[in-house]
Design a protein around this ligand. Structure first.
Ligand SMILES: [Cu+2]
Length: 105
């Protein structure tokens, strides 16, 4: 077996369960390539100040190979939550699945 085929087989084996996983929880996203900072755009659905999370209906994020979906994000600083109101469209910076900055779209 050629090395490239072996590598593909490993990729396919690891990617398959992720593809079947619900977007809730986002285990599938953990396999996304690490990047210093990635920008996303989406509409705020829900802010949970107590948990320090925000649920965003985000557009596809090509840099991470994410499809469009609604998902919860953590924030690096709870002060960011004050900038996110349900219904608002925002542009946000991501470090993994944590929002590190946000501004109006
Ligand atoms: Cu997502």
């Amino acid at each position: 077996m050629k090395p490239s085929i072996a590598a593909f087989a490993v990729l396919a084996a690891t990617a398959a369960p992720a593809a079947q996983a619900q977007h809730q929880g986002h285990e599938g996203h953990a396999a996304a390539p690490a990047a210093a900072s990635v920008e996303g755009v989406g509409v705020v659905k829900k802010v949970d100040a107590k948990a320090g999370t925000v649920t965003i209906d985000h557009d596809p994020i090509k840099a991470l190979n994410w499809p469009a979906m609604t998902m919860p994000f953590k924030v690096s600083d709870k002060a960011l939550l004050a900038k996110m109101k349900p219904g608002a469209k925002v542009r946000f910076q991501l470090d993994g699945q944590t929002i590190t900055d946000v501004r109006p779209f």
